[in-house]
Design a protein around this ligand. Structure first.
Ligand SMILES: O=C(O)c1ccccc1N[C@@H]1O[C@H](COP(=O)(O)O)[C@@H](O)[C@H]1O
Length: 210
């Protein structure tokens, strides 16, 4: 049995969040970035999410102020924050006493990952690797995961970026050989931004775990 965690990001309906919990998804992601087509806005009331504890709730932020992040953690009862922009190690560290911090790094394959990660090593709980594109996230594009195998990453991480139902075997192989804490899926399981396809997600969870 593979004990890698599964996160489904970009949730905009409470019913679908409840369904994720029922099919064994570990983390549900909520986008608090206004420019995203998956921006949560007022699609789920903060009070409804705050007391829903059958799944871990991750708030996704892009270059947001510390004050707004802290307010949102409290309003929505978040369990973790995913910082998906150009947040500094200092901001990450200052939040880490309050909440689990996941720092996203957007990868092309050309960057010096060792130097990018080093300043964050003591300031965050998890790294997350996503594909670098014009948009900050939710691109549906994969990057070359082998760049992660070429360096030593001393922190468990979320593997992200365009992962879909056809990637199950590749994900299983990669997660069993590397320090992957969780697999993060999003746009490849949508009928439209923010609306997930639960049946393929159920199949994905079963096969990754199986
Ligand atoms: O999904 C978004 O719209 C989004 C916007 C801004 C920052 C992050 C966002 N989503 C994150 O994107 C990755 C990968 O998504 P995909 O599988 O390529 O669609 C995932 O970590 C989401 O948390």
């Amino acid at each position: 049995m593979n004990d890698v965690k599964i996160k489904v990001c970009g949730m905009t309906s409470l019913k679908q969040v409840q369904e994720l919990a029922l099919i064994g998804v570990d983390y549900a992601g909520f986008i608090f970035y206004e420019k995203s087509p998956r921006h949560l806005g007022n699609k789920i009331a903060a009070s409804d999410l705050k007391y829903f504890s059958d799944i871990k709730k991750v708030g996704v932020f892009v270059n947001e102020s510390k004050e707004k992040i802290i307010r949102t953690i409290d309003e929505y009862g978040l369990d973790a924050v995913q910082l998906h922009g150009d947040e500094t190690p200092e901001l990450c560290e200052s939040l880490k006493d309050t909440i689990t911090v996941i720092k996203a790094f957007r990868v092309t394959g050309d960057e010096d990952l060792v130097n990018m990660l080093q300043p964050y090593e003591d300031s965050v709980d998890y790294f997350l690797f996503d594909t670098k594109a014009k948009e900050y996230g939710g691109t549906g594009k994969k990057f070359d995961w082998s760049v992660l195998e070429k360096i030593s990453i001393n922190k468990p991480y979320f593997l992200s970026g365009g992962i879909g139902i056809n990637d199950i075997e590749q994900v299983k192989l990669f997660t069993s050989a590397n320090n992957v804490f969780a697999v993060d899926v999003n746009s490849k399981f949508e009928t439209e931004p923010g609306v997930k396809e639960i049946f393929p997600l159920k199949e994905f969870v079963a096969q990754i775990r199986g």
